[in-house]
Design a protein around this ligand. Structure first.
Ligand code: SF4
Length: 443
């Protein structure tokens, strides 16, 4: 069986696709790209925005139009919430409500054990769905590996459908995470700790262990590998984690992606976020100041720190004043990039009801998004210019002409390439034709 895979959405979803691929390959399937004669295409869907759902549907229709002989199996977050809608599509052969790799393999090949396919799962079923199990051996065709440490989320943000599709926070046993990291480190010089809410890692384990505690073990037991934190909430960054960012000599990449969502307290409250604007602001400044004052590298007085956030504009009831508060916070904090989205209501969420009471016109939401993107683009460019002339430790991507720095800058690689892409490399960052590039150190 020749199988092609298409993934939408976050790193957790990409990780899940790799588990599906591994399970199918263990049963004799081989991975191909669509034009290379695939017999089946597994589409791992995302539900974070309406657009993500629509993109998946468009992709499914296009596959069947262009490759009518290819069977389509749909899985993932959107399939977990909308199994019946996907089942009703003529183009879809099977639906797996969720991310279970065995269920996907069962939809394709004869069953090894009984699994439930194709119906929407209740939240309490998702809450009990195991995470982990067999370890992932590699991330196909990529130099950076994803290390999934937990699934699900215990928070109840008003706009979020992901938690409805993924259930409660469930952590993988630390020993299993370490075993997987050791194995992935043979192929991937950098591993990104992924999940849906990694800041709650370990709270549900019989012997609770914090995310920082897990990081300490990973640094100790998986040598020569760089670890990068996936998205982590400001309130869940503890002092030990800041110390690791500061003192691990770059083995914990100086990069934080801290979802902000809004810089206005009334909006944060309606979003059912648990933090205030000031809690977010104080933590971000404190981390940046500690890195600048501590043992970690700086450039021209500012710390080497990739710093990003997610922001939603036009959330129900967001006023001009609320938006100005977000703008002010984005201007104040040392962001190097942002993911900004105009609000789109997700079925089944609290925000889907709120939007009927206090809608913000889409045009306004889009304009506010653009304003924030323009601000952060200027900040990001200023940061890249400051980085020119300083050192970085990069991981090569793709054909090796693109690299990622510790502080999450994607740069073009100049000059000769090494044969082995599976190591971290020293580089000098240089400005060429107005673009930041990297020249690899010799030897
Ligand atoms: S923290 Fe909020 S936005 Fe993030 S997964 Fe949990 S419920 Fe969704």
């Amino acid at each position: 069986m020749r199988v092609a895979f298409q993934t939408f959405g976050c790193k957790a979803n990409q990780y899940d696709t790799e588990r599906m691929r591994q399970e199918l390959e263990a049963r004799g399937a081989s991975t191909v790209e669509l034009p290379e004669g695939a017999q089946l295409c597994v589409v791992n869907t995302c539900t974070v925005t309406n657009q993500a759902d629509a993109q998946a549907r468009r992709f499914i229709r296009r596959v069947r139009r262009e490759y009518p002989h290819v069977k389509v199996v749909v899985a993932g977050c959107s399939a977990a919430l909308r199994a019946d809608e996907y089942r009703a599509m003529d183009e879809v052969s099977e639906v797996v409500a969720g991310h279970d790799p065995v269920a996907v393999a069962t939809a394709v090949a004869p069953p090894r054990r009984l699994v439930q396919l194709g119906t929407r799962k209740r939240l309490d079923e998702l809450d009990r769905e195991p995470v982990g199990g067999e370890i992932l051996l590699r991330r196909e065709g990529a130099s950076r590996g994803w290390l999934k440490i937990q699934d699900g989320c215990d928070r109840k943000c008003a706009f979020c459908a992901t938690r409805l599709a993924r259930g409660r926070s469930r952590s993988r046993e630390a020993d299993e995470v370490i075993r997987e990291a050791v194995r992935l480190s043979l192929t991937h010089p950098e591993l990104v700790l992924t999940g849906i809410h990694i800041g709650h890692y370990g709270l549900d384990l019989p012997d609770p262990l914090s995310l920082s505690g897990l990081l300490v073990r990973l640094l100790d037991e998986v040598p020569d590998t760089r670890f990068r934190l996936g998205s982590i909430e400001a309130t869940e960054i503890d002092d030990l984690m800041v110390e690791l960012l500061e003192r691990s000599g770059g083995r914990v990449a100086p990069h934080l992606h801290m979802p902000m969502q809004s810089g206005a307290d009334p909006v944060l409250r309606r979003m059912r976020r648990w933090h205030t604007r000031e809690m977010y602001r104080a933590r971000a400044l404190q981390v940046a100041e500690r890195l600048a004052a501590g043992g970690s590298p700086t450039v021209r007085g500012t710390p080497v720190l990739g710093f990003g956030a997610d922001i939603i504009t036009g959330f129900p009831g967001e006023t001009d004043e609320d938006h100005s508060a977000t703008v002010a916070l984005v201007e104040e904090l040392p962001f190097t990039y942002l993911h900004v989205f105009p609000f789109s209501p997700r079925e089944g969420t609290v925000a889907a009801d709120l939007v009927k009471e206090m809608p913000v016109p889409q045009r306004v939401a889009r304009e506010r998004s653009k304003e924030l993107r323009d601000i952060v683009q200027a900040k990001g460019e200023a940061y890249r210019r400051r980085r020119a002339g300083s050192r970085a430790r990069v991981v090569l991507e793709g054909d090796g002409r693109s690299a990622l720095t510790e502080d999450y800058l994607r740069v073009e690689v100049q000059g000769p390439l090494p044969e082995d892409h599976r190591v971290l490399l020293d580089a000098e960052l240089v400005m060429m034709d107005g673009e930041l590039g990297a020249v690899l150190a010799k030897g």
